[in-house]
Design a protein around this ligand. Structure first.
Ligand SMILES: [Zn+2]
Length: 404
């Protein structure tokens, strides 16, 4: 099937009719549909699909036990996410393998397409969970105990989906089979459009952290409680949101409160608690640490001012990732020889490639996003650019897997 035909098939799974956004959360029925679809498509291409101990899918072409060239991405989404984040890398991988098979390419090294689980952390709050587990970047016991908003643990969700969570953990055998990992991804941000380039190559990933900010006050009546007598946690929360914007801006970093839960959340009451999540990223780890510390201290000050208690805890942290320079140069060389100019760019978005990079030579290809909008139903890539991405990925796989 062509890229466009594959895309049309995958498109409806997990799409919310009201918002047009995707809700493909791991270990839910929408996720199961995506996995079943991928398995079917990979098997149609003659690939052998396996599920690893951490729930990631691997579709193998060729059986060599080492030096495999792996591509792929993820199929889960953020709440009301766009259709391209993750899915573009998986669909492009299927289409690229199909192109290589159509031209009778024989892989001297095995080629595999990986689909990583819970990349977005939308359900269990730890991003890149599947690749963290494989590489030992998270303790299996703490992964098993992660809870979603309904209190369901990852272990329970996996069990309900027919998986054995006791198997979770580092997968050295699998890592030993990988010679290189190349993830294709829709661009998140808008660097390629002004350069007139359809394809980019990643240089690095900004360090990235998520913190939970809890403000606890006292529930009260919105009509009868005098303003001066209130301990309203919404006030320091609101002031922290504004402070985060200013403090990040001053440091060239980014900071976002994207999730907030007000408790008990009545429209006619002062809340007893506000739970919120800060996502912060910066070009280097020192700037990120400074930014997060400054936001924490602004929150503590605001809480004290309103008679509210404040606690912060770090839920996840991903250090700066530098991709393999040799692999990157080889890829830009292959693309250049085919007349494709692919600028080298840093990115502020996290990816499974960032975790794989700690263990195996890793690279990323980006496909132009004309508006730069991502994690939104408005996320888009033009079909011609997606096809250019498939072409570029096929060239790269052909080069990397074509030599023993
Ligand atoms: Zn992604």
């Amino acid at each position: 099937m062509t890229f466009a035909a594959l895309w049309r098939e995958l498109e409806p799974f997990g799409r919310d009719q009201g918002t047009g956004g995707y809700r493909r959360y791991s270990w839910t029925p929408a996720d199961a549909e995506c996995r079943a679809w991928f398995t079917r498509q990979a098997e149609n291409l003659g690939l052998t699909v396996e599920q690893d101990r951490n729930g990631n899918l691997w579709a193998w072409w060729g059986s060599r036990r080492s030096g495999a060239i792996v591509t792929g991405s993820h199929l889960d989404s953020v709440p009301d996410g766009g259709g391209y984040d993750g899915a573009l890398g998986v669909v492009s991988a299927l289409a690229a393998v199909e192109q290589l098979k159509a031209r009778d390419f024989y892989p001297e090294r095995a080629v595999a397409i990986a689909v990583f689980t819970e990349e977005e952390g939308a359900r269990f709050r730890v991003a890149c969970l599947g690749s963290r587990l494989i590489t030992g970047a998270i303790e299996p016991a703490s992964a098993r105990g992660l809870r979603d908003d309904d209190g369901v643990t990852l272990a329970a969700a996996m069990t309900a989906a027919g998986r054995d969570p006791s198997l979770l953990g580092p997968d050295e055998d699998l890592l030993a089979r990988i010679g290189a990992f190349v993830e294709l991804h829709v661009e998140q941000g808008r660097a390629l459009a002004p350069m007139g380039a359809a394809i980019g190559v990643a240089m690095s990933i900004w360090p990235h952290g998520r913190w939970r900010f809890d403000f606890a006050g006292r529930a009260d009546h919105a009509g009868t409680a005098r303003l001066a007598d209130r301990n309203d946690p919404m006030l320091p929360y609101a002031s922290t949101v504004l402070a985060a914007r200013r403090l990040a801006g001053e440091r060239g970093a980014v900071a976002t409160f994207g999730k907030v839960i007000a408790e008990p959340g009545g429209a006619n009451g002062v809340n007893s608690a506000v739970r919120s999540w800060l996502d912060a990223r910066a070009a280097d780890e020192e700037t990120l640490a400074e930014t997060a510390a400054a936001i924490r201290s602004a929150a503590a000050d605001a809480a004290a001012e309103h008679g509210v208690t404040f606690e912060a805890s770090r839920e996840s942290y991903t250090p700066l990732v530098r991709f393999d320079e040799g692999l990157r140069d080889r890829i830009t060389g292959v693309l250049g020889a085919a007349g494709i100019t692919a600028p080298v760019l840093p990115t502020a978005a996290g990816h499974d490639a960032g975790f794989l990079a700690a263990r195996v030579p890793t690279a990323m290809l980006f496909v132009r996003n004309p508006t730069g909008v991502s994690h939104s139903p408005a996320e888009h890539a033009d079909l011609a650019d997606c096809e250019a991405g498939v072409h570029a990925l096929a060239l790269v796989l052909e080069d990397l897997a074509g030599r023993p």
